[in-house]
Design a protein around this ligand. Structure first.
Ligand code: FAD
Length: 462
């Protein structure tokens, strides 16, 4: 009899299993894939960041090396070797989780799990008994009507197929201007593809701060991206080895077609809860398969919990990890907590885009008085030395209390710098607290302090 069986070994599930084992519980984790780590390590965060890193390096050699006096033969791409580097990066990380499972004495039950009843998890022909179950089964790409994905064919692909294309396409259409589409579009744009993004809404990165959306679109356009916004994709088909996408402008007018070597469908992800036997166990799910939980991640069935992409909230690895730790603590009789107001989001393009807390629009919509402090990277010496002067830091604070409500950064190291604001928000800091904190020079983080200064006495370097 286990204390806990976790279903799924993605960042939600494996972190939950480790924390529960650290707290003295007897734990097993079921994983149907051949390797641990879930979407994130196998076909998500990690392989995409490996390709972003490699293609960013290439971009630097082509665009900036000569400006710094670094000259010589032009670096070329060996796609097979780059794929090998990506695969090695994935393997060292998935093996790392295997090591952590052994170290923490967690049983890895290999195979696909079904919940027979509360306390009973079937894997293969064996039914395992457990006091508690955590569903951490993650998500999968959402299908798009009229567009059939065939990753093996390599022409109409989803994010998984886009990570392993047989060759670098000369042209690519990305359907959906969200994080995954823009990151993978960036990889191929830097590797030489002409990238066209088709988006249903009138702005890219839906839900983000409007000023950031505008700046980000401008930056990507400078990098060669083409955008077709306000367009509803009606279908895509493969004709003579090429993909032809048909879309209808939302504003009206005739349907249009565009053609490319590859189409990446990146219109979002949906909870992956089919086949878990949730109906047998009486677990309530929404009509889109999302598991319904209370504020302690417990479903309507006592002893069955759910976390990560399978439950409501942003589909992010670190949100899943936080929930994994917290639910393990709840099951072990402790107080698990996740602060959903302070979950950062990062787009790992170049420059990076990062945010936490409220956008300016959302802060205004709360009806409170707000103030906004901005600082451009053009006033930051370190950013300029890296040819990264475009972009800015924007901090939103309550006009009466000066408490930080949110921050939005587009610029170098944005994905690292955002954590300063996360810590500040966790501590309930005022913008003045950040402005009064000495920041090392020359760092890009000085731009965060300057944005906080802009809210009070005034930024220095503008
Ligand atoms: P998952 O990681 O999806 O893991 C669930 C696991 O459960 C899977 O391995 C699955 O095989 C297993 N499973 C499901 N059902 C069963 C069953 N019945 N029996 C046994 N096993 C089962 N997020 C970020 O925060 N940062 C990023 O940079 C980032 N980049 C991304 C890039 C791409 C291309 C993609 C696709 C996603 C990216 N994400 C990123 C999102 C991130 O991968 C997910 O939010 C995260 O993996 C969710 O974790 P999870 O544990 O809920 O589920």
């Amino acid at each position: 009899m286990y204390d806990l069986i976790v279903i799924g070994a993605g960042p939600g599930g494996y972190v939950c299993a480790i924390r529960a084992a650290q707290l003295g519980l007897k734990v097993a984790c079921v994983e149907g894939r051949d390797t641990l780590g879930g979407t994130c390590l196998n076909v998500g965060c990690i392989p995409s960041k490996a390709l972003l890193h490699a293609s960013h390096m290439l971009h630097e050699t082509h665009e900036n090396f000569d400006k710094m006096g670094l000259t010589g033969a032009k670096v070329k791409v060996d796609w097979t070797k780059m794929q090998g580097y990506k695969a090695d990066t994935v393997t060292t990380n998935t093996k790392g989780i295997e090591f952590l499972f052994k170290k923490n004495k967690i049983d890895w039950l290999k195979g696909w799990a079904t919940i027979e009843a509360p306390g009973k998890v079937k894997v293969g022909d064996t039914v395992h008994e457990t006091k508690n179950i955590v569903i951490a089964s993650g998500s999968e790409p959402s299908p798009l009507k009229g567009v059939e994905v065939d990753n093996a064919g390599g022409v109409i692909v989803d994010s998984t197929g886009a990570l392993t294309l047989p060759k670098i396409p000369k042209s690519m259409i990305v359907i959906g201007a969200g994080v995954i589409g823009l990151e993978l579009g960036s990889v191929y744009a830097r590797l030489g593809a002409e990238v066209t993004v088709i988006e249903y809404l009138d702005a890219i990165t839906p839900g983000m701060d409007a000023e950031i959306q505008k700046q980000f679109q401008k930056t990507l356009t400078k990098q060669g991206f083409k955008f077709i916004l306000g367009a509803a994709v009606q279908g895509a088909e493969v004709k003579k080895g090429k993909a032809v996408v048909t879309y209808a402008p939302k504003a009206g007018g005739d349907a249009q077609t565009v053609e490319a070597d590859v189409v990446l469908v990146a219109t979002g992800r949906r909870a992956f809860t089919e086949g878990l036997g949730l109906a047998n166990a009486g677990v309530a799910v929404s009509d889109r398969g999302v598991v319904q939980v209370d504020k302690h991640w417990q479903t309507n069935v006592p002893g069955i919990y759910a976390i990560g992409d399978a439950v409501p909230g942003p589909m992010l690895a670190h949100k899943a990890e936080d929930e994994g730790m917290a639910v393990a603590e709840v099951i072990a009789g402790k107080a698990g907590h996740v602060n959903y107001d302070v979950i950062p989001g990062v787009i790992y393009t170049s420059p990076e885009v990062a945010n936490v807390g409220l956008t300016e629009e959302a802060a205004k919509a709360t009806g409170r008085k707000i103030k906004v402090g901005k600082f451009p990277f053009m006033g930051n010496a370190r950013a300029k030395a890296m040819f990264m002067g475009d972009g800015f830091v924007k901090i939103i604070a309550d006009a009466e209390t000066d408490r930080v409500l949110g921050a939005h950064i587009i610029g170098p190291n944005a994905g690292e710098m955002i954590h300063e604001i996360c810590v500040a928000m966790e501590f309930g800091a005022s913008a003045e607290d950040i402005a009064l904190t000495c920041h090392a020079h020359p760092t890009t983080s000085e731009a965060v302090r300057e944005a906080a200064l802009a809210l009070g006495g005034g930024a220095i370097h503008v």
